[in-house]
Design a protein around this ligand. Structure first.
Ligand SMILES: [Zn+2]
Ligand SMILES: [Zn+2]
Length: 70
């Protein structure tokens, strides 16, 4: 696989969209692996800091409502 940005050999794949990136173009972003609700009713998330991010895709903060899914 080659880097999405420069077409040199890639070292990693974006955790969010799967694009391949080389070391130069790899960015980091916190990645939420799990969310849960505590007994007191607040929401918490288990987050991996520094997950590989391609710098191109746009991970959305909130779940997206799907339309036209008949
Ligand atoms: Zn690159
Ligand atoms: Zn990506």
């Amino acid at each position: 696989m080659e880097c999405w940005h420069c077409e040199r050999p890639a070292h990693a794949a974006c955790r969010f969209c799967g694009r391949a990136v080389c070391k130069t173009h790899t960015q980091e972003m916190p990645y939420i692996i799990h969310t849960y609700r505590t007994a007191s009713g607040s929401y918490k998330a288990i987050v991996v800091a520094g997950a590989v991010y391609c710098g191109v895709c746009r991970p959305q903060q909130d779940p997206v409502e799907l339309k036209n899914m008949e």
